[in-house]
Design a binder for this molecule. Sequence first.
Ligand code: ZN
Ligand code: ZN
Length: 411
Amino acid sequence: MDKGLLQKYADFIVKVGVNVQPGQALILRCPILGAEFGRACMRAAFEAGARDVLLRYEDEQAARLRMDKASEEALTHPMPSELRSYLDYAESEGGVCVLNIRADDPEIYKGLDAGKIHRVNVARRTFMRPWQEYTMKDKVQWCVVSIPTPAWAAAVYPGLAPDEAVEALWDTIFAVCRVKGGDPVAAWRQHTAQTTARRDRLNALDLASIHLASANGTDLTVGLAEGAVWEGAASVAQNGAAFIPNIPTEEVFTAPHKDRVNGVVRGTKPYAYNGEVIEGFSVTFKDGRVVEHSAEKNDALLGRLLASDAGACRIGELALVPASSPINRSGLLFYNTLFDENAACHIAFGAGYPINIRGGAALSRAELNAAGLNDSVIHEDVMVGSADMRITGKTKTGETVLIFENGEWAF
Ligand code: ZN
Ligand code: ZN
């Protein structure tokens, strides 16, 4: 891969994506196979004035071994020190920001006891919630990005030799993350300005609900939460620093009302959940709840996902992404939500983002509930957009506005 672009990618991620502030600590999670990239990000963080970088290498092969061999008792009872290792930094003087580098093999847990994996993940998420609040509420700057690993690259390019697949995936990541032109900072300034303008126009409409329709049978009405606001591309943390939570990002998203979703929606891309792939799903909603579901592949896994807790069978996010997004135009299936969710309109089963409610970061859980924001330990984005999708919005005064036609922005 092009070393010059690699350094540009690392610099851009740390200085613009996370926007590390002088005196802050950076928690950096990185796949062990991407150690070189992890160090490049660490270097960039110190250049930006970080007081310290906590680099956590993660090994998914070891994670699989542990999931298989360790007792469920041990796996579902994480040690307090694990949660404290994040909170100690978050509560420290100067504060913290987070960079999460993901490169999961989409089928890393294939063949293991799916029930156990599910129980372990739910227990872990529940336990880590006090830390998760920091990112869900944008209390700190956070950013999720990806780099190729052989297992992930092989899933995206099954026809290529391992080395070629990794090279091809680097090339694609540089292209869809706007690094290839050589000036990602300028390219992203333009992209975020455009997305922000679209977000502002949607907010000005003051919509009560959104309707999604497609020839595949999708016919879904999503009522929006009280005080719902649209967000997109760039966010601002409590310390005033702007950051980009996801790279790439092509979405403008808002909070559905947890009790006001009705109709049928079909999945248009497979998605990886708990190390397995769910494909060809269809779900029916009644007053916000999924009352029926099916999937061509791994329907039982979908059922388990929806039964994670009381809020898992309701949605917490609705995101609009045009079919012409660079990720969709690549024609690839990434089996990685960070990429696939930016190829199509999506909904997320589970928790909504408090930032999608006006003033939401300062509201209590009870106030967020009253506004209709969904709550759950899971947040799983599933792709439902298609090239023929038509989306309309209904304003609070009863007017209908065309938002998407043939999968593209229409206003
Ligand atoms: Zn999204
Ligand atoms: Zn999401």
